[in-house]
Design a protein around this ligand. Structure first.
Ligand code: GAL
Length: 458
């Protein structure tokens, strides 16, 4: 494994050296993230030193530290866009990136920083976690910024709902990810003369053709959060939007007794077995890499994979295709990224509000989301500017009648502890063939039932 050197030159010095070239600004704030090549040749970002010494930008400038988990190539490109836009408004971004897909590690670090009374100025806090944190008084309300910038007129109503808690706006929305996405390698598809996979039958046929060609049908990882991500798309596929909606409203634990939950568990096992029994726990970027190189034909994952493939030089529609997971066409299983401004000891409210304003602005929204693979939180952009995966996602959000379903695995519907417990149970189920779908379902019911007892209604 060859390591590339980390960039540790202070921001101010680098900035001067770059002759204030704008495109450098973004790179500077982000390069506390070192890059290494792994054995598959994939570029992986991981934080080496979490803190980059930045100086204030401009006379009235101010540095805000931002905690998040965006360390892959596509995620870093997306953050670079925010850094550029913020720089124009005199705000420097000090990067506190905690590696780890799905943000499990980042949330632990965030908890301990808050307990140590050293909260970052802003952090990616999403969904139920956002609601819980604002109940604890840890989050700065952004009602005035939202009003001044007429967010309620430009945001998707869904987004507006997700950032509103007890009548207050509690975060700046960044982008909407679609979880029910099935990626396939378009070049392999052309070679094997396969049609876009629309049904589970198509998936099965494609898997057989891929195996004959010596290609793994799926890029798969047994990491618990990745299994949970795939599983919720299967719950939607097998259960339909009405049942999924009940499952996600975790107060109604009885819904988890539905026989379609067992069918989704069976489908999960079936899907994993399409690959044989060789599943390993790899990062989502390694799975995306397998799809990119054509070592694997398909991947079910949130559309942050789209941003990653673009960062590696691939193009939607030419190198890879996106289809809704079978039987979920026209539905949107969403996870919305949001930046919460944390209440700290440092009195940075004015800058935090400015940051919120900038990230929701049309320019930042388009640039950031084109790189991230998600879609703008605004419904007033031109969808022609999105690639075909993102366009389908945005148009699905835009249609009045689309079923919009919250991700359980990504905190939209369940709190941190519940989503982790579900992911662990699913992990045990796929790892141990002795656990039947019926037994696994009993376990899920028990978990949701006890969570419903201890969690107040949102
Ligand atoms: C999600 C997050 C995305 C993406 C993904 C992979 O939870 O919303 O922004 O980063 O995890 O880590």
């Amino acid at each position: 494994m060859r390591r590339l050197p980390a960039l540790t030159v202070p921001y101010a010095a680098l900035r001067a050296r770059a002759g204030a070239a704008k495109d450098r600004v973004a790179a500077l704030a982000l390069h506390n993230i070192a890059i290494r090549r792994d054995s598959t040749g994939a570029l992986r970002g991981f934080a080496l030193s979490l803190w980059l010494t930045c100086t204030a930008v401009g006379a009235q400038g101010q540095t805000l530290d931002v905690l998040h988990w965006w360390t892959s190539a596509g995620e870093r490109r997306a953050v670079e866009q925010l850094v550029l836009q913020l720089d124009k408004r005199g705000i420097a971004w000090r990067d506190a990136a905690i590696p780890g897909g799905g943000g499990g590690g980042a949330m632990k670090v965030l908890n301990s920083r808050v307990l140590a009374r050293d909260p970052p100025d802003a952090a990616q806090v999403i969904g139920r976690t956002l609601a819980d944190w604002s109940d604890l008084g840890l989050v700065l309300p952004l009602d005035e910024v939202a009003q001044r910038n007429r967010w309620s007129q430009s945001l998707f109503p869904l987004v507006q709902r997700v950032i509103t808690h007890r009548g207050h706006i509690v975060a700046a929305p960044l982008g909407v990810h679609r979880i029910n996405t099935l990626f396939f390698n378009q070049r392999v598809w052309a070679q094997l003369k396969l049609g876009a996979p629309k049904t589970w039958g198509d998936v099965e046929q494609a898997a057989a053709a891929l195996r004959r060609a010596g290609i793994a049908p799926f890029a798969w990882s047994d990491e618990p959060w990745q299994i949970a991500t795939v599983f919720e798309t299967l719950l939607l596929s097998e259960g339909g939007p009405a049942l999924y909606g009940e499952l996600a409203a975790t107060q109604r634990w009885q819904a988890w007794q539905d026989p379609r939950v067992a069918k989704a568990l069976e489908r999960l096992r079936w899907l994993r077995r399409l690959n044989g029994e060789t599943a390993i726990e790899q990062r989502w970027t390694a799975s995306a890499r397998q799809l990119f190189t054509g070592d694997a034909g398909m991947l079910i994952m949130g559309d942050w994979v789209d941003g990653e493939l673009v960062a590696w030089g691939a193009q939607a529609g030419r190198d890879y295709g996106c289809a809704p997971v079978p039987d979920t066409a026209g539905m949107h299983l969403y996870s919305i990224d949001t930046l919460a401004m944390l209440v700290g000891t440092k009195r940075r409210e004015a800058e935090q509000e400015r940051m919120a304003e900038v990230v929701v602005s049309p320019a930042a929204q388009l640039a950031y989301n084109q790189a991230k693979g998600s879609v703008p939180v605004r419904d007033d952009i031109d969808p022609a500017q999105l690639d075909e995966c993102a366009r389908d996602s945005w148009q699905t959000l835009k249609r009045d009648y689309s079923p919009l379903l919250p991700s359980i695995a990504h905190r939209m519907a369940a709190d941190e502890a519940t989503k982790d417990a579900l992911a662990d149970a699913l992990h045990r189920f796929v790892k141990d063939p002795a656990i039947t779908p019926a037994r696994a379902q009993e376990r899920l019911v028990a978990l949701i039932r006890s969570a419903a007892r201890t969690t107040p209604s949102p």
